[in-house]
Design a protein around this ligand. Structure first.
Ligand code: IPE
Ligand code: IPE
Ligand code: MG
Ligand code: MG
Ligand code: MG
Length: 294
């Protein structure tokens, strides 16, 4: 990772964490539920989606204080999706972000409710920013609902479950990943650019850039599930194999998956060049996502 991106990310992670905590603390939530929500929010995720949003906003001249409540919203949705993804009925994993999974630390019912709470609070967070206009809020709520709902991330999770125990084609695998992982990354980049003031054509190019980022992200997630170091990734290695998931390394071989990644990284760079922004952070994020070890 470049030094510039490292410094940028450190700075933004601080802002995001502080805002997330502040928001949850200000709410009247039963103590055990609040603890469980904060437990997962504080567990040290990479915050790549909110960082991508802030960077996309900034690339078009936007201010963090307009994008931050939406950035927090996408991280809340992401964290909820992970809490539910780890449940026994889904991937049945015991560690996440280097700690016991939410249902292991608390119990299944609390973990389900923590997820429900984060999902709904995400939309509250978007509406609770006086620096966004009502029409901006309406657009952002609608887009986040579409990206995270049963046509978006939730669709991807369903198709992922249905794909267990059978070999998918590469097209089927990509269709899952576009929804499961791609949609929230796509929303993050597009919402950021929208808040920053990008025009319709720029939004389209940013969307293409983000779609490739999503595929890159999931290929690397699959690769790390094979060759990752549990200490770094903070979740079990080999979970996909245990759950008989189709993955890029399984379909293409490890070498083939690495090549596919390079191909998508190039595509992402080309779309960014067309997006009419001069943002080294958005470009650095491509390499970061592609080569991350956690
Ligand atoms: C993991 O996401 C789940 C996928 C969508 C592949 P991240 O790798 O962004 O997880 P955290 O937030 O850093 O824990
Ligand atoms: C989960 O995908 C993606 C979502 C939660 C939407 P995975 O099941 O591959 O994520 P990890 O590997 O458990 O983080
Ligand atoms: Mg899963
Ligand atoms: Mg999982
Ligand atoms: Mg995975």
């Amino acid at each position: 990772m470049t030094q510039a991106l490292q410094t940028y990310m450190k700075d933004k992670v601080e802002l995001i964490n502080q805002q997330l905590e502040q928001f949850i603390y200000a709410m009247q939530i039963p103590e055990r539920l609040q603890d469980s929500i904060l437990y997962s929010l504080r567990a040290g995720g990479k915050r790549i989606r909110p960082i991508l949003m802030l960077a996309a906003s900034e690339a078009y001249g936007g201010q963090d204080n307009r994008a931050i409540s939406v950035a927090c919203a996408v991280e809340m949705i992401h964290t909820y999706s992970l809490i539910h993804d780890d449940l026994p009925a889904m991937d049945d994993d015991d560690t996440r972000r280097g700690q016991p999974t939410n249902h292991r630390q608390y119990d299944e019912a609390t973990a389900i409710l923590a997820g429900d709470g984060l999902l709904t609070t995400a939309f509250y967070s978007i509406t609770n920013n006086e620096r966004l206009t009502d029409s901006e809020k309406t657009y952002l709520v609608k887009e986040l609902a579409k990206a995270s709902g049963p046509e978006g991330m939730v669709a991807g999770q369903m198709l992922d479950m249905e794909g267990e125990n059978r070999t998918l084609t590469l097209e089927e695998l990509e269709a899952i990943h576009r929804r499961k992982t791609g949609e929230l990354l796509r929303f993050s980049a597009v919402a950021g650019a929208f808040i920053g003031g990008a025009n319709a054509q720029q939004l389209e190019e940013i969307e293409t850039y983000a779609n490739y980022l999503g595929l890159l992200f999931q290929i690397q997630d699959d690769i790390l599930d094979v060759i990752g170091d549990e200490q770094h990734i903070g979740k079990p290695v080999g979970s996909d194999q245990t759950n008989q998931k189709s993955t890029y390394p399984q379909l293409l071989g490890l070498q083939g998956a690495l090549e596919q990644k390079e191909h998508y990284a190039l595509k992402a760079k080309q779309s960014l060049q067309k997006a009419g922004v001069d943002s080294s952070y958005l470009e650095d994020i491509i390499d970061y996502i592609s080569n991350r070890y956690k």
